[in-house]
Structures are given as C-alpha cells and as structure tokens.
Design a protein around this ligand. Structure first.
Ligand SMILES: [Mg+2]
Length: 230
C-alpha cells in the first residue's frame, strides 16, 4: 500500500480561499493530487520536461511523447527558500538550463506569495523578476484556482506555441496547489518532494492528509494529521 502526505497551504494568519474551496473537489476525486512525475529536489528536474512524462509501459515504439511547450514554476520550496525571492545558490545551474530550454514567456513563475494579493503593490514579484529574469504571473486567485489566468497568459503570447493546457507542465512542491492545479487544467504535474531546506510545515496548522492507494488500485482520502513544528 502506498501513501502520500498532502501539504495544505492553510494557515491561521492567511487563508488560501481557492485551496479551501477546492478541497471539496479533492474529497470526491483524490487522484487530482497525484503527480505525473516525482523528483526529490529542483536540481533533478528533467530537461526538456517532456522526458519526465514518457509512458514507458508500452515500449518506445508505441509511445507518443507529450509536447511540453511551456513551464509553470512554483517558487517557495521549489527553486527558492520560502519568503525569499532569489534562486537557491545550488540550483542556479539547473535554473539557467530551464530558462535556456524555455526562453521568454515559455517559462512563467506562479507563486502563491509573490504576485498575489499577499504581495502589496507586487513589489516582491518585481524583485523576483529582476533576480531570475523570468516573468512572474500577477494573479487574483491563488493556486490551484488560477489555471484560467495561466492559460490566458500563454494564449495571449503566440510565441509560446501553447494552444492547449496539455502543452504545459507545472512544477512545484505542493500536491494540493501545484499538482492539483496541473490535473484540474489538464496539464502535467511534477512534484518536488524536498525543498532546498527542511520544511517544518505550518505551526499548529492542518498539515497533512494521507492519500492511500489500495490493492485494487483505488484511491482514498484517508486521514488528516496535525503536525506541530518545534
Ligand atoms: Mg511552493
């Protein structure tokens, strides 16, 4: 039996309304939080991203590779330490490779901190753009609910070549926001299990739901756990 711990981006000080609303969607369809590909840390990201989603079960001659034309990149605990707006030093080489493979508007940072209503005047988003050279989406709805804003961004930039959400990969550390959004929009999700530094979760907050895969292959939203950071 396999189990996956799901981190929920909910805190006492600031509620992710989109995340809270969409938990009901997850209760009826737990597979929404399952990633298409899992890596430990950002520096293990396969480039080009299409490599991550090849279905090897049928053999290469029967495989139709996904056509990934653009990448949505989370920030906190993905390529950056939370609350910082710079690339974690050990990841600069991989970040440069990603920018080279997906230049200009083909790479888009979508954070639930920088570029949202939690970021007054989007000052953090501007700093992040200066530090990374990558555009940061300004979005009214937090992940996982901002897929329409993401697709509007790509479709309004023909140079990305994106005409369908299946041409987009979403990379992030949160199953309930990044990966769930990828599944909701019909994209591909890459889950980064471990951030650049240990994440102790949210002090006193609801931190985990366990998704269990049974022998029959079905998925069940199994339990919630409370984790208290030291
Ligand atoms: Mg994150």
């Amino acid at each position: 039996m396999q189990s996956t711990t799901l981190n929920i981006s909910t805190s006492k000080s600031q509620m992710n309304i989109s995340g809270t609303f969409n938990i009901f969607r997850l209760l009826t369809n737990p597979s929404l939080c399952l990633p298409h590909h899992t890596i430990s840390t950002f520096d293990q990201l396969p480039i080009p991203l299409s490599q991550a989603f090849i279905n090897r079960k049928n053999g290469p001659e029967k495989t139709k590779n996904p056509d990934i034309r653009a990448v949505v990149l989370d920030k906190d605990n993905c390529f950056s330490i939370p609350k910082q707006n710079e690339i974690y030093p050990a990841y600069t080489s991989k970040f440069a490779d990603l920018k080279k493979a997906y230049p200009g508007s083909k790479l888009l940072i979508v954070s639930n901190s920088s570029g949202t209503s939690s970021d007054p005047n989007h000052a953090e988003a501007e700093i992040l753009e200066r530090n990374t050279g990558v555009q940061v989406l300004r979005h009214a709805t937090k992940k996982p609910g901002c897929h329409a804003e993401i697709m509007e961004f790509f479709r309004s930039r023909p140079e990305t070549g994106v005409t369908d959400a299946s041409q987009v990969a979403v990379v992030g550390d949160r199953l309930f926001t990044d990966v769930m959004m990828a599944n909701m929009m019909g994209s591909y999700g890459v889950w980064i299990k471990d951030g650049p530094v240990p994440d102790h979760g949210l002090v006193g907050g609801l931190n985990g739901i366990v998704v269990v895969k049974g022998r029959e292959g079905g998925l069940k939203l199994f339990a919630a756990e409370r984790v208290y950071a030291p």
